[in-house]
Design a binder for this molecule. Structure first.
Ligand SMILES: O[C@H]1[C@H](O)[C@@H](O)[C@H](O)[C@@H](O)[C@H]1O
Length: 469
């Protein structure tokens, strides 16, 4: 929820922060706005890279607390910012929190949950990201002028991100550490207590079995120095393929341009003359939430691969239709000018909803699931870290280039949307050729599929079992 709120709240805030952060000599420019937006992604990249290492030292719970502190500090900093520079710092601090959260929360969920529930629980995480984004838009709508003055509105929209972090900070005292980390730090009794609590009615022999499995995995992991893991991830064919597919999917999730809508949809809608751009932008966030919920129900029934192969063509159609609509829409250069009524305005919303729906049902959620189930224990930390980093690097590129690209190319949003469509086309081919179906397969079966090379398994075997949690 915090990940979602803090990445999306910028959409409404961007509409109002200009006058507060401008000086007579230096008004806030498009570049400043891009920098303010994308500093969060850059912070997230750095945060994600360190989170894994920290998680092994101070525990998964400890790192969630660290993320909360960053969320709270960053929110306060943004709310009090007086210049573009200090705003960039505030957003980068929040970004650190987002990056730490984006790595640690799926890890925490997957280490704590029984393997048969892992995929769907990771989708719940994405569902909450999209819910946080919707809340951010709703808060943006409610607090925008005239409810609050222009200066107070964006300060409250961004500052409120600290509130859920305070709640989580307290709630985490009532949550357990993961059994895997406890075993790794020779706290076996506590680990047994957590396993009993999570699984409910497990017999003592089964608890021992689960703990035995964890111990085996932990042994191989802790004996490996970092360089050995690095070698293993590139030299072993199955690991290399797992890494390539995870990074490919995370890269596609961002390079398809979705977050340019998430961050800038209010700006886009105000440019094409919508009276209430934030309300209109809520359509984007709402569609994302609803179709991520649908993904939750479909992911185990239809299979990851098949959903992706439906999702990407839908995105391409949506993007090309948006490009056509942009081509026909005049761009307003001042907020005072009135657009002439045009059929393309409502059509643009419908086309964007098509794109967002197609994205949310597959590309929006599946990369997070795949990276949590593809890597064997030995390289899991490193592999998920690298895939998450790929996500944030491309998130940064898309966030930083959107406004300048639109400004240069305009009527150029259409050009950019065609570029996103081409990226999706490449993504489709890559997924079609390389990504094997893993629905219902156990960890070791996934490994054997990956060992045997690209795209060998199009099977649909059901019945997830236990594995090396
Ligand atoms: O899975 C999430 C989700 O799709 C969000 O809506 C998006 O903003 C994030 O970048 C992505 O990682």
């Amino acid at each position: 929820l915090l990940f979602g709120y803090d990445t999306a709240s910028i959409s409404a805030a961007l509409l109002h922060l200009g006058p507060s952060l401008s000086t007579p000599e230096k008004p806030v420019t498009t570049w400043d706005k891009s920098l303010i937006t994308s500093s969060t992604s850059l912070g997230a990249l750095v945060g994600g890279l360190f989170a894994g290492l920290l998680a092994d030292r101070i525990g998964r719970r400890g790192v969630i607390w660290v993320a909360d502190v960053l969320f709270i500090l960053g929110a306060l900093w943004q709310a009090l910012a007086g210049s573009v520079g200090s705003m960039v710092i505030g957003r980068a601090v929040v970004g650190l929190g987002v990056g730490v959260g984006s790595l640690i929360v799926p890890l925490y969920i997957s280490e704590l949950s029984p393997p048969s529930h892992r995929g769907r629980l990771v989708v719940i995480n994405v569902l909450f990201i999209t819910f946080g984004q919707l809340i951010a838009y709703a808060v943006g709508l409610i607090l925008s002028p005239p409810t609050l003055s222009q200066d107070l509105s964006w300060r409250f929209i961004l500052g409120l991100g600290g509130v859920p972090a305070c709640f989580q900070f307290v709630f985490m005292f009532f949550m357990p550490e993961t059994p895997r980390w406890l075993v790794q730090h020779s706290r076996r009794d506590e680990a047994a207590r957590v396993v009993r609590k999570v699984y409910g009615d497990l017999s003592e022999t089964s608890v021992e079995k689960v703990l035995g499995g964890i111990e085996q995995g932990v042994e191989t992991v802790s004996k490996d120095p970092f360089m050995a893991k690095l070698r293993a991830i590139f030299a072993v064919g199955a690991n290399r393929r797992a890494l390539a597919i995870s990074c490919l999917l995370q890269g596609l999730q961002q390079a398809c341009g979705f977050n340019s809508l998430m961050y800038y949809s209010a700006t886009i809608f105000s440019l094409v003359g919508f009276k209430n751009p934030t309300a209109t932008a809520m359509v984007v966030a709402g569609t994302n939430l609803v179709f991520t919920a649908l993904a939750f129900t479909l992911i185990d029934r239809i299979g990851r691969r098949r959903i992706l192969l439906w999702s990407i063509p839908g995105m391409i159609v949506g993007l090309l239709l948006c490009a056509i609509a942009f081509h026909h829409l005049p761009i307003l250069t001042t907020t005072a000018s009135e657009p002439s009524p045009s059929i393309w305005t409502p059509l643009l919303i419908i086309f964007m909803m098509t794109y967002v729906a197609a994205y949310a049902i597959g590309v929006g959620a599946i990369p997070w699931v795949v990276q949590s189930e593809f890597f064997p224990m030995r390289v899991r930390g490193l592999g998920t870290g690298m895939a998450t980093a790929t996500n944030w690097v491309l998130n940064f590129v898309v966030g930083a280039t959107f406004l300048p690209a639109v400004e240069w190319m305009w009527g150029g949003a259409e050009g950019l949307f065609v570029v996103y469509a081409l990226v999706c086309g490449g993504g489709f081919l890559a997924v079609y050729r390389t990504y094997p179906e893993t629905r219902g397969l156990r960890m070791e079966e996934i490994e054997s599929v990956l060992r045997n090379g690209w795209g060998v398994n199009r099977g649909t075997k059901m019945g997830a079992g236990e594995d090396d949690i």
